[in-house]
Design a protein around this ligand. Structure first.
Ligand code: ADP
Length: 360
């Protein structure tokens, strides 16, 4: 188990020495002989869970120090060491929430140990609560975005279908009805895509990994076939290179999800005016690490928006009818398989995504 990190602040050298001598086997102990040194230690050691601080010190009273650092270092549990004479100070400090408890001086090691255990339980409970609160906040934020997205992205194609139907009902010739059917098809495809992305979003949140051996030449062949029609339709030069020197294991469906999202963007965000359009997909696998790059010479992304593109429902351009789901799902999938993603882009010139995925 990880050792608990403790900071002990006291101006008496002997107390510092005996604290460390008694406790260093079971805990990581940091010592400070005044509050300035203590603050420096706190700034450099973010894992400190418990602070023991003497009350009567020459430069600053312990109770003032613990009250003062509460805002900057809210996480560590604060314990005051004090003589009986300072009891009224202690009571007011506890009431203000500046300290968790006090320990009477001269302290005994057993009492310190039981305070550590008690403080540690409290630390864990409050940290768990903080994490849950953060998750809850994130869920609320996403729910807000969903409500907005549903009213636009689901509503718009539906409205399109409904109005095409009502027009079609007024015609009795096949040709105009056929044109309206094509419009309807476009809208329904959009809805279908939205539902696909939504399914991926939920799968990524809940699903377990399914680890299997991956042969990237096979993955490359399947992809080549899958994009044949897009290549012809968009007149894009699509190249795939594979160099696999070691065995690789991961979740194939997650890797395919990532590749399809990145590749469909590479096709969608081509520069229509470019005579030579290209997409290059490269797989390199060696020593248990897969490095995959997807490079296009399309419209590119402005530098100031690079950090935004992975946000849920973010769309940077009207060039294609995206949902803003794709890169968010890519990022969630990469987290699940412990991968890292990098992006380099130059507006007007193209974009390159590089994935680093360790074998499981
Ligand atoms: P969508 O494509 O549905 O809008 P994504 O999450 O896949 O959503 O992408 C977010 C945004 O990032 C896009 O709207 C686009 O502005 C930008 N983007 C993603 N990939 C590329 C690319 N290959 N080239 C240029 N822009 C891109």
């Amino acid at each position: 188990m990880e050792k608990i990190e403790i900071l002990y602040v006291d101006d008496e050298e002997n107390n510092l020495l005996s604290f460390k001598a008694n406790l260093r086997y079971n805990y990581i102990i940091h010592l400070a002989s005044d509050t300035a040194a203590a603050e420096k230690i706190l700034a450099e050691n973010s894992n400190i869970r418990i602070i023991f601080c003497d009350h009567r010190m020459p430069n600053e009273l312990g109770v003032d120090f613990l009250g003062r650092i509460k805002m900057t270092y809210p996480r560590p549990i604060r314990i005051l060491l004090t003589a009986y004479a300072d009891m009224s100070v202690v009571i007011s400090a506890i009431n203000k929430g500046n300290i968790f408890k006090f320990v009477r001086k001269p302290w005994m090691t057993e009492e310190i140990i039981s305070s550590i255990e008690e403080a540690n339980k409290f630390y864990i409970a409050t940290s768990m609560l903080d994490i849950k609160n953060e998750e809850l906040q994130k869920a609320y934020d996403e729910l807000d975005k969903f409500a907005y997205s549903i009213s636009h992205d689901l509503r718009d194609p539906l409205t399109g279908v409904l109005s095409a139907i009502s027009y079609a009902l007024g015609y009795d010739k096949v040709k105009p009805i056929h044109e309206l059917l094509l419009l309807m098809q476009g809208s329904v495809l959009k809805l279908d895509q939205y539902i696909d992305s939504l399914r991926d979003y939920y799968l990524l949140r809940r699903g377990e990994l399914l680890i299997q051996e991956i042969n990237f030449s096979q993955v490359g062949n399947t992809i080549q076939e899958f994009y044949n029609i897009s290549v012809e339709k968009n007149n894009v030069n699509f190249s795939i290179e594979v160099e696999q020197n070691s065995l690789f294991k991961s979740d194939l469906s997650l890797i395919e999800l990532i590749l399809h999202n990145l590749l469909s963007n590479a096709f969608k965000y081509q520069n229509i005016k470019n005579e030579y359009k290209s997409i290059a997909l490269q797989f390199k696998v060696s020593k248990g690490l897969a490095t995959i790059s997807i490079e296009d010479n399309g419209i590119g992304i402005a530098n100031e928006f690079i950090d935004d593109i992975f946000r849920l429902f973010y769309r940077g351009t009207d060039q294609a009818q995206g949902m803003g789901f794709g890169l968010y799902n890519v990022k969630s999938a990469m987290v699940k398989i412990n991968g890292k993603i990098e992006v380099e882009s130059s507006l007007g010139h193209g974009t390159k995504f590089i994935l680093y995925i360790p074998s499981k």
